[in-house]
Every structure is written in structure tokens, then in C-alpha cells.
Ligand binder design. Structure first.
Ligand code: FNR
Length: 384
């Protein structure tokens, strides 16, 4: 149970598997459809091998990176993930605390179970906010205003989940999607450590930043989740993105892009950066892995445009690979969730420590003292 005992992200994952009931675990882990995109994200990292330089003085190593004028201790961010309250009470506050402690930005999801203001109160936090464009537009407007007033440094507009992907586990064996089966309720009841630290203190979590918009008869967790799904603005397009750009005064990133054309279009539309992502394989199945699309995207926008990538990062070596292929930084979704699920704030800190220490060790063994000096020549694509 002590997260310090975890040597790898996989160890934290095993701890999370022991603590969480089945329904929460499936929500955390599953991908869409056949889970080909989910598997593909991991496989993309497997295809790259390191090519070390010999006899390099690596006594002084530097993992630090400047992103939007701020020095980060390592090129890592905690990705926005919704409904974290099913993993632990106040999970987003714990993620924010852990991220702040490690000097890493935390992106809070629109579907967070903590309010924007609550998370913004975390001392020393680089607080980013992820926006889902919801219809009616007053809701989206309200979220932007609140994120601005709360001092969020950056706004991430997620583009790849306006229509929800097919998550088979959420349908199979159910009368209605997302309503728990009797078997799942019993399984949840057997996970005493989970419900005593998650449900008991406050009951089922609520979507803290949307609650006031839900109709009176749609206030419950599942009803409000359906309501939100049915009110995602499927008409979201580049014009709407441009209007959000005009409205938001700080850094704006567009998340969920994969093609070089879309990344160039985001740059032309005035975005400050783009996030190559397939939503952790949870949306369109069989979609390309973001890592594979990175070199072409980088070539399209040149060196100066911040390009972030996520999907499948489970080790410090993965971070090094993504940076060598042209990313400015990577985001991690599941890795810190394993941490917060298994051990709260201490688990989040441990997840980030593991990634940092592995990245540092990789640089030492690679013969590259500074992460800023990485490039494609430190990698070779596995034949076949
Ligand atoms: C997500 N992701 C996500 N993205 C987003 O923009 N808004 C959201 O609310 C969510 N919710 C969410 C929930 C859960 C449980 C997961 C695992 C993921 C996607 C997330 O930001 C990120 O793109 C992926 O998680 C990256 O892949 P890895 O690191 O999980 O492999």
C-alpha cells in the first residue's frame, strides 16, 4: 500500500487494480471498440529503440524544459481526465497537489468532480483547464469565464470527443448504459478500502463545474453524464475554435489532432500550441497512434510551435522517445490516475517521480546530458 514501494508505473497500476471496484477500473483502463487504438498507442513506443552515444560526460544532467516561457523540471503534464471522483474523493485536488509539489502542470477536465476554484486554490500549481464545447453556448462561455477568473494559465480545447466513442464495457449486459449491474454493485461493496475513502465521505461524485446547468430531474451522476453527452456541441468547427481564440486571453491549445494539416491549421488559427492525441484510445478505434504522427506534424509547423503529445506514456523512456521525435512535452492520463487511485497525493507524486527518475537514468545511459539536446538520431526504428 505504500506507493514508495512501487518501482514502475506498472506497479502503481497493480496497486490501483487491487483497490478499485470493477466498474471504476473499466472506466479507467478501457479503450473504445476492439481497443486497437489503445494497444496501438503502446505499440508505437515499442517500435523505437535507443542509440546511445559513448564516452559522454553526463555528470550534470538537465531534464528541464521551457514551455510558454516557464521552466518545467521535466517536460511532463498531467492530462485532463474526467470523473476522477470515482477513483477517490477529491481526486482532482489530490492530482493538483501532487503535480504542484513536483512542479508539473495539471490540466483540469470540464468533467471534473472538483470546482475550478477549488483546484485553483492549490499553492504553486500550474493550473490548466480543459474545455469541452457544450451546447447551449452559455455553458461553454461560463466555463471560459470561470477558468479565466480562477487564473488558469492555459485553455485546452478538446476536439475528439464531441461524439462519444463506443465503449463496449459501458453497454454490455446493461439495461441502460452506465447504470451499474447488480454484480458490479456487489463487487463495489466488497472493495471496502475503495468505498470507505471514496463513497462514504460524500456519496457519488458530481460534475462540480456543470451541476448548476443540469435540469432538476437530471442531477444524479449518471443522469447528468447522459445529459452532458447529449449536449456536446457536435457542430464544433474551426470557426467556433477561432471564436474561442478571440475570447480567451491566455495560452490556447487544441487537443485531439493527428494530421500535419490540422496541426498547421491550429497554428494558422492562432492557437499557441497543439496536442497530438487520440484520447488514450477511448474515442475513435483503430485510429493512428499520436507518436507515429509526431515527426510529420513537427515538420509541418517548424521548431517554434509548441507540440505536445499523449497516449501510451508509461515510463521515463517513453518521455525521452517522444521528445527525441519532436515533442515539446508529453501528457500522461492513466499513469497519475493509477497513482491517485492507489495512494492519493502520495501516489501522484510517486508516479511523477518514477517517470522523472527513469527519464533521467535514460539520458545518462543514452549519453545525452540535456533533454533539450535530444533528437531523432538517438533513436532507431526497429526493423520489420
Ligand atoms: C481521459 N481523457 C480526457 N481528455 C479530455 O480532454 N477530457 C476528459 O475529460 C478526458 N477524460 C478522460 C478520462 C480517463 C479515465 C482517461 C484515461 C482519459 C484523455 C486524456 O486527456 C489523455 O488524452 C489520455 O489519457 C492519454 O493517454 P494515456 O496517458 O492514458 O495512455
Amino acid at each position: 500500500r505504500n506507493p514508495k514501494r512501487a518501482a514502475t508505473i506498472e506497479d502503481l497500476r497493480a496497486m490501483a487494480h487491487r483497490r478499485l471496484p470493477r466498474f471504476a477500473l473499466e472506466y479507467l483502463e478501457a479503450g473504445a471498440g476492439d481497443e486497437a487504438a489503445l494497444a496501438g498507442n503502446l505499440a508505437a513506443f515499442y517500435r523505437w529503440r535507443f542509440l546511445p552515444r559513448a564516452l559522454v560526460d553526463v555528470r550534470q544532467r538537465d531534464l528541464g524544459r521551457t514551455l510558454f516561457g516557464r521552466r518545467l523540471p521535466l517536460p511532463l503534464l498531467v492530462a485532463p481526465t474526467g470523473l476522477n471522483g470515482v477513483f477517490r474523493k477529491d481526486a482532482d485536488r489530490l492530482l493538483a497537489l501532487g503535480a504542484a509539489r513536483m512542479g508539473v502542470p495539471f490540466a483540469q477536465s470540464t468533467m471534473s468532480n472538483n470546482s475550478i476554484e477549488d483546484v485553483a486554490a492549490t499553492a504553486g500549481l500550474h493550473h490548466w483547464f480543459q474545455l469541452y464545447v457544450i451546447d447551449p453556448p452559455e455553458i461553454t462561455d461560463d466555463l471560459i469565464t470561470r477558468a479565466e477568473s480562477a487564473g488558469c494559465e492555459a485553455l485546452i480545447v478538446t476536439t475528439d470527443a464531441q461524439t462519444f466513442g463506443k465503449r463496449s464495457w459501458d453497454i454490455r449486459g446493461r439495461v441502460k448504459p452506465s447504470i451499474l449491474t447488480l454484480r458490479e454493485v456487489i463487487d463495489a461493496g466488497l472493495h471496502v478500502r475503495w468505498w470507505s475513502t471514496t463513497l462514504l465521505p460524500r456519496g457519488l461524485p458530481r460534475f462540480a463545474n456543470l451541476q448548476r446547468w443540469f435540469p432538476k430531474d437530471k442531477q444524479g451522476l449518471f443522469e447528468s453524464a447522459f445529459w452532458t453527452r447529449d449536449h456536446m456541441d457536435v457542430g464544433l468547427d474551426w470557426d467556433r475554435a477561432a471564436r474561442i481564440r478571440d475570447r480567451w486571453p491566455r495560452k490556447l491549445l487544441i487537443k485531439g489532432l493527428l494530421t500535419a494539416e490540422d496541426v498547421a491549421r491550429a497554428q494558422a488559427a492562432g492557437a499557441d500550441g497543439a496536442i497530438l492525441s487520440n484520447h488514450g484510445g477511448r474515442q475513435l478505434d483503430w485510429v493512428a497512434a499520436p507518436l507515429d504522427m509526431l515527426p510529420a506534424a513537427r515538420a509541418a509547423v517548424g521548431a517554434g510551435f509548441p507540440l505536445l503529445v499523449d497516449g501510451g506514456v508509461r515510463s521515463g523512456g517513453d518521455i525521452v522517445k517522444a521528445i527525441a521525435l519532436g515533442a515539446d512535452a508529453v501528457l500522461v492520463g492513466r499513469a497519475p490516475l493509477y497513482g491517485v487511485a492507489s495512494a492519493g497525493e502520495a501516489g501522484v507524486i510517486r508516479a511523477i517521480e518514477i517517470l522523472r527518475d527513469e527519464a533521467d537514468l535514460t539520458l545518462a545511459l543514452l549519453g545525452c546530458a540535456r533533454i533539450d539536446a535530444l533528437d531523432r538520431r538517438f533513436l532507431v526504428e526497429e526493423p520489420g
